[in-house]
Design a protein around this ligand. Structure first.
Ligand code: ADP
Length: 297
């Protein structure tokens, strides 16, 4: 069992000719609605890869809540621990995309911001039994700390997005930042070279192991005094949205199946590479048979 503690957002995507400056109104194209949120994306990523995934989260009582609940349920995610918050809107992300593909995003966390320690305590049975508990930073630190404390298995923390002032749990088994998130956690500039990444990750002694995702450059895996560079699979990416979510979900599945960290990272790189070849967040996430076929090429 994989327990994901995290956010559910309805993504509202509007194409715009250019991003508005303060005081300006721009007319955009037709709006598209997509289920999103890092918690939901990672739970769906795990479920699609054959993981037995459950999501601990909060939604409101509005129309968006039903859309998001149906979306994760249809993927086979256990929704028992998704609670309703009366009088608070479901999380939404307002995303404007210009013709160059540049995004500007406003996230209104809504119900996600009400997830607390009590929600994790209510899910104690799940968290104790889960082989892997997966955390991110779109819900309050308090929820992540409680989940890490109650987790009976591996705690995987993806410190995304890089929120200023976020306090990660005092101990995690596996930390999965990208370069920007590593910079935020280490208080250093965004690392450019392998040496920079190693130096920044080494300071994070509260994490037993660190896998730094480097986009098309793959992953740097640090465990104890050793580090290993695992290259990305060569693909033609069309949209790297949710590559990190795909990677985290896949890593959780592989670790829950008892693979070594190095094997798990390679497998997760394959799942993430596939996701970059398709548009969107949840629609791009790979299925298990696709990963097996990709690796057997
Ligand atoms: P995030 O989306 O969190 O910024 P990254 O961009 O580092 O995360 O991507 C996560 C993982 O997805 C990478 O470690 C890599 O395995 C895979 N990936 C991302 N971009 C590419 C790419 N262009 N080609 C192949 N794999 C990629």
């Amino acid at each position: 069992m994989i327990a994901v503690v995290g956010s559910l957002n309805l993504d509202l995507v509007v194409p715009v000719p250019g991003h508005p400056v303060p005081g300006e109104t721009v007319l955009g194209g037709d709006i598209a609605l997509h289920p999103g949120g890092k918690g939901a994306n990672q739970a769906v990523a795990a479920a699609r890869l054959g993981g037995n995934a459950a999501l601990v989260g909060r939604i409101g009582e509005d129309g968006a809540a039903g859309v998001l609940l149906d979306a994760v349920r249809e993927e086979g995610v256990d929704t028992t621990h998704i609670a309703r918050t009366p009088g608070v809107p479901t999380g939404r992300a307002l995303i404007a995309v210009d013709p160059a593909g540049e995004n500007s995003i406003i996230v209104s966390p809504g119900a996600n911001s009400r997830l607390g320690a009590a929600d994790c305590e209510a899910a104690e049975d799940l968290l104790r039994k889960a082989a892997v508990t997966v955390l991110q930073q779109e819900v309050p630190d308090e929820a992540n700390h409680a989940a890490a404390r109650l987790a009976g298995g591996i705690v995987l923390h993806n410190p995304a997005p890089a929120v200023a002032g976020a306090v990660p749990p005092p101990h995690v088994d596996l930390l999965v930042p990208n370069r920007t998130e590593l910079a935020a956690l280490s208080g250093r500039p965004v690392p450019e070279t392998v040496e920079d990444v190693v130096a920044a990750a080494r300071g994070l002694t509260w994490a037993a192991a660190v896998t730094v995702t480097l986009g098309g450059d793959g992953v740097l895996l640090l465990e104890g005094a050793s580090h290993l560079h695992i290259p990305a699979f060569p693909v033609r990416p069309v949209d790297t949205t949710a590559a990190g979510d795909s990677f985290c979900g896949a890593l959780a599945v592989a670790l829950a199946e008892g693979r070594t960290l190095e094997e798990a990272v390679r497998w997760a790189c394959a799942a993430a590479a596939i996701s970059t070849t398709r548009a969107g967040a949840q629609p791009s996430l790979a299925r298990r048979d696709e990963v097996e076929a990709f690796l057997a090429r």
